[in-house]
Design a protein around this ligand. Structure first.
Ligand SMILES: [Zn+2]
Length: 218
C-alpha cells in the first residue's frame, strides 16, 4: 500500500517535471540562428508611440525586424500591426496576456498561445514565430506552437532596456554583445512594466548602436 502511494507520488512528480521542468525551456532555446547576422527582435508591443518610432529607425537603416506582439496590446492598435507587416517585418506571438507559462495549467497555456495567435490573425497577418513572456515555456506551450506552425525563437542577449540607463550604456551593451551578430531582444511595448520613458530611450540607443555598427562593420 505504502509502495503504491510512493509510486503514484513519484509518477506525479515526474509528470510535473515533464511539463514544467527545464526540459521544455531548454528545447525552446534551440533557435534558428544565422551566424554573423544581426536579428533585431522587439517584444511586448504594439505601442502607439514607440512601435512607429522603431519602424522609422528600421526604415532609415534599411533593416527588417521581428515583432513579438502581445494580444492585449493589439486591441485598438490593429493598424500598427498591419503597418509592421506592410513594411516587410516578421511578426511573432508573445501570448495573449503576457503571463509566465511556468505557473500556468496546460489548458490556460494552450488558451494563451491560441488567443495571442488569433489576435494577430484577426489583423490580417499570419505570425510565424513564438516567444514566451519572460522566456518561459512549458510542454503545452511547445505543443501548441507546433500545432499552429510557430517557430520558437529565443534570444542571445538581453540588455535591461526597460530601465532608464545613462546615455550610451544600452548602445554600448548592444555593441559589446552583438558586434558579431546574434538575436537581440528589445522592448517596444510596456507589458513588462518597465520604467516610464525607457522605451523611447531604447529607440534612441538602438539607432546609436546601428550607426556605430555600420561604421565598425564597413
Ligand atoms: Zn514580454
Amino acid at each position: 500500500m505504502i509502495l503504491k502511494k510512493l509510486l503514484v507520488s513519484a509518477g506525479a512528480l515526474i509528470g510535473i517535471w515533464a511539463i514544467y521542468g527545464p526540459m521544455a525551456s531548454a528545447f525552446a532555446r534551440k533557435k534558428p540562428k544565422r551566424w554573423g547576422e544581426l536579428v533585431l527582435t522587439f517584444d511586448d508591443g504594439p505601442d502607439e508611440i514607440v512601435t512607429p518610432k522603431v519602424l522609422d529607425v528600421l526604415k532609415r537603416k534599411n533593416l527588417k525586424g521581428i515583432f513579438f506582439l502581445t494580444g492585449t496590446a493589439i486591441k485598438g492598435r490593429e493598424h500598427i500591426v498591419r503597418r509592421i507587416a506592410k513594411e516587410g517585418h516578421e511578426i511573432g506571438v508573445h501570448g495573449q496576456s503576457h503571463i509566465n507559462h511556468l505557473w500556468q495549467s496546460p489548458s490556460r497555456t494552450k488558451r494563451d498561445v491560441q488567443e495571442g495567435y488569433d489576435s494577430i490573425v484577426n489583423c490580417g497577418v499570419v505570425p510565424i514565430y513564438y516567444r514566451g513572456p519572460y522566456g518561459a515555456y512549458n510542454t503545452m506551450t511547445l505543443l501548441q506552437c507546433k500545432k499552429l506552425g510557430l517557430q520558437v525563437l529565443h534570444w542571445d542577449g538581453i540588455h535591461g532596456d526597460w530601465e532608464i540607463n545613462p546615455v550610451g550604456k544600452l548602445a554600448y551593451s548592444l555593441n559589446h554583445v552583438h558586434m558579431s551578430g546574434g538575436v537581440v531582444v528589445l522592448h517596444d511595448g510596456r507589458m513588462g512594466k518597465g520604467q516610464i520613458g525607457a522605451n523611447e530611450k531604447m529607440v534612441e540607443e538602438l539607432e546609436m548602436f546601428l550607426i556605430l555598427r555600420e561604421k565598425l562593420v564597413a
